[in-house]
Ligand binder design. Structure first.
Ligand code: CAA
Length: 259
């Protein structure tokens, strides 16, 4: 399928979605959100893709929601915009696909929020992240007040959101906003290497581990542990668990079948 604002590449179990509106620093206008939703839904349903890397064309990852569209929005329209972005980012976060944000440049506002909805963030040394909405008289609207707090803690989230300060990749790493910082020229290579490492593992195990981590991070510890026990039982009923444990004991590489 052809898109105007994104590029989608598929390579076996890996897909790369590149946000491609460089003239607006890849800002997420309504059409771009619709296209990401369509592309991601197709990947979820293709029965083949396991990891999706999100990145941005040229100098930005994503410089935010589209400020022109926000300027024209009244309170009611703004709720529709926020709800659309939040629904899409929740879909990415809760999907069985693993998502990696390869943060190549500015990840601001909605861009930082897209990165935070991904499972893992790999940043180029050139990346700059932040939630600068208060500069515009706005607040984050695609999950930033919620996910930034969960990732970096309440005090740091308040500091970043109230001051609108951008942080570089090194500081983002220190505060836990990104998981890895790499040479800009090697960003996609490193992100793909991580993706392929994940793809080589037991697919059902990765999927259930993601479900358990997500569930646990949104509930009490006892409920999270009860969920883990359920998922542990489920994963131990798979062919892949038999293959993985047997291969270990036979000192050979496992051949997982996603069953
Ligand atoms: N929306 C629409 N257009 C944007 C944009 C955005 N978020 N960010 C940048 N652009 C456009 C600029 O208007 C400019 O367009 P023109 O060439 O037509 O003038 C073009 O992209 C290039 O931008 P700059 O000339 O500003 O580039 P720069 O290198 O000088 O600065 C920047 C880069 C610091 C990222 C700056 O562009 C900037 O501050 N952008 C806005 C960042 C921001 O405030 N994001 C939050 C948006 S609100 C939001 O996201 C709410 C939410 O949570 C849902």
């Amino acid at each position: 399928m052809d898109y105007n604002n994104i590029l989608v590449e598929k390579e076996d179990h890996l897909a790369v979605i590149t946000i491609n509106r460089p003239k607006a620093l890849n800002a997420l206008n309504d059409d771009t959100l619709t296209e990401i939703d369509k592309a991601f839904t197709e990947l979820m349903e293709d029965g083949q893709t396991r990891v999706v890397i999100f990145t941005g064309a040229e100098k930005a990852f994503v410089a935010g929601a589209d400020i022109k569209e926000l300027m024209e929005a009244d309170g009611e329209k703004a709720k529709v915009i926020s709800s659309k972005g939040n629904t899409l980012f929740r879909l990415i976060e809760s999907s069985d696909l693993v998502s990696i944000a390869a943060v190549n440049g500015f990840a601001l506002g909605g861009g930082c929020e897209l990165a935070m909805a991904c499972d893992i963030r790999v940043a180029s040394e050139k990346a700059k992240l932040g939630q600068p909405e208060v500069n515009l008289g706005l607040i984050p609207g695609y999950g930033g007040t919620q996910r930034l707090t969960r990732l970096v803690g309440k005090g740091k989230a308040k500091e970043l959101i109230f001051t609108a300060d951008m942080v570089d990749a090194k500081d983002a790493l220190k505060m836990g906003l990104v998981e890895k910082v790499v040479d800009p020229d090697k960003l996609m290579e490193k992100a793909k290497k991580m993706a392929n490492k994940i793809i080589a593992k037991g697919p059902v195990a990765v999927k259930l581990a993601k479900q358990a981590i997500n569930f646990g991070s949104e509930t009490s510890l006892p409920d999270g542990i009860a969920f883990e026990i359920e998922k542990f039982g489920q994963v131990c009923s798979t062919e892949d668990k038999n293959e993985g444990t047997q291969a270990f004991l036979e000192k050979r590489a496992p051949e997982f079948k996603a069953k």
